[in-house]
Design a protein. Structure first.
Length: 741
């Protein structure tokens, strides 16, 4: 009998073959070239062996499979680029063949004449879901955490191995079918069953036995409905179809502003495939898949939102020679909005927390915030009363600094005030073990300055969280001038333990994310001052892929905080460091109009009582003479937002504040939602090429001012159209460190 590297095959006395997918040296099964070839051979074997009556596919690991090996896809891009330079047509043909490989293996399995049952024992993602859909029956289990999904759209592609053709034919309600494909969301077993994507939910322990029973009972038809004569699938040209499909197109535009070719392809394939015979439909899907793969959006989203993110999550930037630290106890100073959020995510990750504030009442308030978060999690089915109790029991709220004597790490989140921060640093260090690390969550004060209050500046670092802490996935780790490698390693170990993505940033005003965000908001001020209607400012941004308009975002951050930052900048750097018109705008809003943002219900927006929705403050119109909206170049407004943020990101790289392009890209998307379809600030530049970017900067600078001027490095790179991912190739040396500018 043939043996395989990634599968074991075992045929029982009833003639049922159990195919167990269990890749050696991997925690998770994924589709690699070798897996595809082996699966192909296994299908041939099952089909041709007369002794085999049917087959069960399951996994030897706790999860079923994570789907395609996306890093393989990333490698395929490099080969495609190289081949395209030689012979474009041949390169695209090869891409087309590769893009369809998995799909046609699944189709062979589906039409081989023998019944296959997918015994889905746990997490089943992407290509593995498509494999299961090609099988003739599917079983899920009651195991905790069981889920299936087609999440490809989230990384700029779409389910191109039959998923977009089969789901609309299998799910009785077309709207849920499309929603599942367009959102890429996880389905729990009950939902998957209700959508008819699995047939039954069985006890986890009995999964394989139940799958075999299905086959021996003869109830699994090896011929799919759509392969039978007279099959009538869901009709596009029908009363229901004519109601549904126009709305599908409209919804696609509403939700994506036509920025996501992967999502668009789902709509097209689903629609067109329903008008075609099954095999032709699969070919159409393969064509769209080949097309989408060639877009910048797919290439850059795969790179940033999958490959780079995974690498950063695994600690690509962690100093390798410092031993891993499993943190047991963490101290948090300041039980306010941020401190309580940090305490919560820390306890959620199983660590003990000492949550300190000025008095017991203030500390208890922080813990009460954690209780509220758990209550909400229970309501949403994400936690249980038992789990909540366990999490909360890990948090000790107290004003007593002595409790810090055995912590591994302290995170300070007290008021944004140098003196207060210096005072708590001294108090904490007086008790902490000398080896423990001290981190500040400051958002505006440079770490090097704060570290002056420390007796152990080597152990002093910044861990900058984003609000709300439980939902935002990014943290910036800030290196002060004297911060040591051990502090960086411990900070990384902590951030990885709470399952957030760390980026490492050298100390500078605004660090990385806030520097880019400030450009976003500041350009919106400029537009208002020019007389661009506020609604147009907001729409240009959101239609350009930003999740929240700059004025709405400023309201969330608070306008009085913006004024505070302006005032601090004047105090530190003088009046010339800021734009007087912008300063006047914010001053007027805060000091004359009492508009502080969402928190007092008055900002750029008005916040009427629910259920009424927020709307732009009508008086904004009267602040500046308004331009005629029809005469404004809308596309240029979008470019101004993208370019200024990307330019700022490029500056942080040139200055050595961010040293790894992956971090700039991932940080911009996770930190504040920079148009994800671009792949991030730096991929936005690489996507058009540095030559085109510099030309665009020059054009905007001529029209709108010197803030758009390209930097020296950009001009240098533009001379040969050098890309950031070439010049700062993160894989250039074995340490994974990018070259300095
Ligand atoms: P907050 O006002 O909600 O909380 C500060 C807490 O610190 C209060 O509970 C206060 O009682 C406590 N505190 C003050 N002096 C103290 C002392 N001497 N000892 C112990 N506790 C003391 O503020 P916040 O929004 O949680 O911000 C805290 C820090 O986090 C600031 O440095 C801020 O810049 C930073 N930060 C805030 C955000 C945000 O969105 N709010 C985001 C990132 C970082």
């Amino acid at each position: 009998m043939t043996t395989y590297n990634n599968f074991t095959i075992d045929t029982d006395s009833d003639g049922i073959t159990l195919i167990t997918w269990d890749m050696p040296e991997k925690n998770m099964n994924v589709f690699t070239m070798e897996v595809m070839d082996e699966l192909d051979a296994i299908v041939d074997q099952v089909a041709s062996d007369e002794a085999i009556k049917g087959a069960v596919i399951t996994s030897g690991k706790s999860a079923f499979s994570g789907g395609a090996d996306i890093t393989m896809l990333n490698g395929m891009y490099d080969r495609f680029e190289a081949a395209r330079a030689q012979d474009e047509k041949a390169a695209v043909r090869e891409l087309f063949d590769n893009a369809g490989k998995l799909s046609w293996i699944f189709r062979k399995l589906e039409t081989c004449g023998k019944p296959f049952v997918s015994a889905i024992n746990g997490t089943c993602m992407g290509g593995a879901t498509e494999l299961s859909l090609a099988c003739h029956a599917r079983l899920g289990t009651d195991a905790e955490g069981w889920k299936m999904a087609l999440p490809e759209v989230k990384i700029g592609i779409f389910p191109g191995a039959g998923g977009t053709v089969r789901v609309p034919r299998m799910v009785p309600d077309m709207q849920s079918a499309l929603l599942m494909l367009m959102q890429g969301s996880n389905l729990k077993a009950q939902k998957a069953k209700a959508m008819k994507l699995i047939d039954e939910i069985v006890p986890a322990k009995k999964l394989v036995a139940e799958a075999k029973k299905l086959l021996t009972s003869g109830s699994v038809d090896p011929v799919k409905e759509w392969d039978k004569k007279g099959y009538k699938g869901p009709r596009v040209y029908s009363a229901a179809g004519s109601q549904l499909w126009p709305a599908v197109g409209a919804n696609y535009r509403k939700n994506t502003h036509d920025n996501y070719p992967g999502a668009k392809a789902i709509v097209k394939v689903a629609y067109e495939s329903l008008l075609l015979p099954f095999d032709t439909a699969l070919t159409v899907e393969q064509r769209y898949f080949t097309e989408v793969l060639q877009t910048n959006e797919a290439k850059h989203m795969v790179r940033s939102l999958f490959v780079s993110m995974q690498e950063l999550n695994k600690g690509a930037r962690r100093p390798a020679d410092v031993p891993q630290k499993k943190l047991k106890k963490v101290g948090i100073l300041g039980a306010g909005f941020m401190g309580a959020g940090i305490a919560y995510v820390t306890a959620k990750a199983g660590m003990q927390v000492v949550l300190i504030d000025r008095d017991q009442e203030a500390a208890d308030k922080g813990k009460a915030h954690c209780e509220d978060l758990e209550k909400k999690a229970i309501q949403k089915g994400r936690s249980t009363p038992e789990k909540a109790e366990k999490v909360l029991s890990l948090i000790t709220a107290t004003p007593d600094y002595d409790e810090l004597k055995d912590v591994d790490l302290v995170i300070e989140a007290v008021f944004e005030d140098r003196d207060v921060k210096a005072e708590v640093t001294a108090k904490a260090e007086a008790v902490m073990k000398p080896s423990a690390i001290y981190a500040s969550n400051t958002s505006t004060l440079p770490i090097t300055g704060l570290a002056k209050a420390s007796k152990r500046p080597k152990n002093f670092i910044g861990i900058h969280f984003f609000s709300p802490v439980d939902r935002m996935m990014l943290t910036e780790i800030i290196m002060g001038k004297r911060t040591g490698d051990k502090a960086l390693a411990v900070a990384m170990d902590f951030v990885m333990a709470i399952k957030k993505t760390p980026i490492v940033v050298n100390d500078t005003r605004g660090f990385y994310v806030n520097r880019c965000v400030l450009q976003y908001i500041s350009e919106a001020y400029n537009m208002l001052i020019e007389g661009v209607p506020a609604a147009m400012v907001e729409n240009a941004a959101t239609m350009g892929g930003m999740p929240v308009g700059p004025l709405a975002l400023n309201d969330e951050i608070a306008l009085d905080l913006s004024l505070k930052i302006f005032n601090a900048t004047v105090a530190d750097l003088g009046e010339s460091a800021l734009d007087p018109d912008q300063f006047a705008l914010v001053k007027k809003l805060v000091e004359q109009e009492g508009r502080h943002g969402r928190k007092n219900g008055k900002g750029f927006y008005e916040y009427p009582a629910k259920p009424a929705k927020k709307h732009l403050w009508p008086e904004l119109k009267s602040l500046y003479p308004q331009q005629n909206a029809d005469s404004i170049d809308f596309a240029e407004l979008q470019q101004r937002f993208w370019v200024l943020q990307a330019l700022e990101a490029a500056k942080t790289i040139e200055e050595g504040v961010v040293t790894d392009v992956r971090e700039a890209d991932v940080g911009s998307i996770l930190g504040y939602g920079f148009a994800p379809f671009t792949g991030g600030t730096i991929s936005y530049i690489d996507g058009m090429g540095t030559t085109a970017f510099v030309a665009l900067c020059n054009k905007l600078a001529k029209k709108h001012g010197k803030r758009f001027r390209p930097t020296k490095l950009l001009k240098q790179m533009a001379a040969s159209d050098e890309k950031f991912y070439q010049r700062f190739n993160p894989y250039a040396d074995p340490e994974g460190e990018a070259k300095a500018a």
